[in-house]
Design a protein around this ligand. Structure first.
Ligand SMILES: NC(=O)c1ccc[n+]([C@@H]2O[C@H](COP(=O)([O-])OP(=O)(O)OC[C@H]3O[C@@H](n4cnc5c(N)ncnc54)[C@H](O)[C@@H]3O)[C@@H](O)[C@H]2O)c1
Length: 503
């Protein structure tokens, strides 16, 4: 049940405002679309008509509902049309002074009960509400792009927001069929606080020569089951927007990972903004996987996390062949082979082979099949090369795994390879946010599933994979890189200590 009847969206001529207005009108609410730009409003109306017509075409909505939804929307360029609204959601430019000025003006003309909501991504709800005259009736409502398709709304209270305001706004989001989660009024709430540093890590990894954008996307999609690879997402968001996000977060959080990676600035300077400019991180289609591979034999020295006993890959091994695969951590150089593969755990390949960087033509490669704790191994093989690895050895190793149906991502011999290097700092963030009370584990996980398209939440996944294992992996990467993002989160240190104590 909601007491709200009439709502307004400020900035309805823009990307987010247009979608939010659709959510409100589709949910049965009289919706005033306000924007300073009449052209913007006309564009949004056209987009709404097109979107709703598609919904009818696909059988998601009746023609009557479509007509009724459009009839509930009115367009306004005068603020005075908003005086009797029960809820006003602003989605105007991301600028504190501009948002504050709008709320001050609205406070002067609106009825006292009107609730103001802000869709800000990076600003503080408390600051936006500051001085508007009704700080107790201002709430954060962060919709996801595109709002008309994404159900998640991150809801937050400013320091002065009343419980009644929060509850009324919360009930309204439920009444529209959206899925609210509660988060504190902190930079980036949940979604962007997890995403902005992660995306920057991805760009830094490319800059550090870890792997290509295509291989990073393959690894994250196949290893973690994310719907979209991070490079595809950054190209979609826009590299210029990613810079703005970093510039907004870094000064407030002083988190080095939030700061703008130099490569990002160079790419934007070169006109590579992502999809909007036709050029971004991804440069071409992924290579076509090999259908056939060379014969291979297996040497086993210890337990294999990649191919446990009974794994079907083992049954395709021969007694001999030009490729030798060492499972369980062992390695013996053999120059008579095209490729010698070493199964890796948290260590680098250099631990087994030495690091003679100038040496050309090495036939040794590392590999690991990505696996979260004791979950079934994923379909991803991370293939580790060194600077002098011969192209023949790399091609042979790739073909052995691709012919067996695995997704292969090639990376340099750097700590954590691709997936752990990128995902572990994010698990650390999520665990720290939990300690700091940013949101509940359920709301954080819901945000990941519904807002980011992950198959499961970060807390759920890191806990399932074992906090002790998280400690082992992050401390190994931390030892090798010294980077703060890998310092094991408190909860994993506790879990490891308890394991050591046998409690
Ligand atoms: N784009 C996203 O992915 C996304 C996601 C979630 C939240 N947000 C937030 O939503 C807000 C809007 O972002 P956007 O990407 O839709 O921007 P946009 O530039 O597409 O749209 C902004 C609209 O606001 C209008 N506007 C600006 N100042 C105004 C004023 N004083 N009064 C009335 N209208 C005004 C502009 O004419 C424009 O139509 C920002 O706060 C942003 O941080 C954006």
């Amino acid at each position: 049940m909601t007491s709200i009847r009439k709502i307004a969206v400020c900035g309805a001529g823009g990307t987010m405002g247009a979608g939010i207005a659709l959510v409100a009108a589709r949910g049965g609410f009289e919706t005033v679309c306000f924007d300073r730009s009449a052209d913007g409003l006309a564009r949004s109306r056209k987009a709404a008509e097109k979107f709703l017509a598609k919904s009818v075409e696909r059988g998601r909505m009746s023609q009557d509902d479509c007509d009724a939804t459009l009839a509930r929307i009115s367009d306004e360029t005068e603020l005075s049309a908003l005086t009797d609204c029960d809820l006003i959601i602003e989605a105007i430019f991301e600028n504190l002074e501009v948002k504050q000025a709008l709320f001050e003006e609205l406070d002067r003309i609106c009825k006292p009960e009107t609730i103001f909501a802000s869709n800000t991504s990076t600003l503080s709800i408390t600051q936006i509400a500051g001085g508007c005259g009704r700080e107790d009736r201002v709430v954060g409502m962060h919709f996801c792009l595109p709002a008309q398709m994404m159900k998640l709304i991150e809801m937050s209270r400013g320091l002065n927001t009343s419980d009644e305001t929060f509850q009324t706004a919360w009930n309204w989001t439920r009444a529209t069929g959206q899925m609210p989660v509660e988060t504190q009024d902190k930079p980036g709430f949940i979604l962007n606080a997890l995403l902005v540093p992660f995306n920057n890590d991805v760009i830094r990894a490319i800059e550090a020569g870890l792997a290509s954008a295509e291989d990073i996307d393959t690894a994250i999609r196949s290893g973690l089951g994310y719907k979209m690879g991070p490079c595809t997402l950054i190209d979609l968001i826009g590299l210029d927007t990613q810079i703005l996000l970093g510039e907004a977060f870094y000064p407030i959080t002083l988190d080095r990972r939030a700061s703008v990676p130099p490569l990002l600035r160079r790419m934007v300077a070169a006109g590579k903004l992502g999809n909007k400019s036709g050029r971004g991180l991804l440069t071409g289609p992924a290579a076509v996987p090999a259908q056939t591979g060379l014969e291979f034999l297996i040497h086993q020295t210890g337990e294999s996390r990649s191919f446990p006993a009974g794994d079907s890959f083992r049954s395709s091994a021969s007694q001999a062949g030009p490729v030798c695969i060492h499972l369980g951590g062992g390695f013996e150089p053999d120059t008579s082979k095209t490729a010698v593969l070493v199964e890796l755990d948290t260590e680098c390949l250099g631990v087994h082979t030495g690091e003679d960087m100038g040496r050309e033509g090495s036939n040794a490669l590392g590999f690991a099949r990505y696996r979260n704790g004791n979950d079934a191994p994923s379909n991803l093989i991370e293939l580790v090369r060194q600077p002098g690895t011969s192209p023949e050895a790399l091609a042979a190793a790739r073909a052995v795994f691709e012919a067996a149906g695995f997704d292969v991502a090639v990376c340099a011999d750097q700590p954590g390879r691709i997936v752990d290097r990128l995902v572990r700092p994010k698990y650390n963030d999520a665990l720290r946010f939990l300690d700091e009370g940013l949101a509940s584990a359920e709301d954080m996980d819901q945000t990941c599933r519904m807002g980011l398209g992950y198959p499961d939440g970060l807390i759920e996944r890191v806990a399932r994979g074992g906090l002790e294992r998280h400690y082992d992996i992050t401390s190994a990467i931390y030892e090798m890189t010294g980077q703060q993002g890998y310092a094991p989160a408190r909860r994993s240190v506790v879990a490891k200590s308890r394991e050591r104590l046998g409690t």
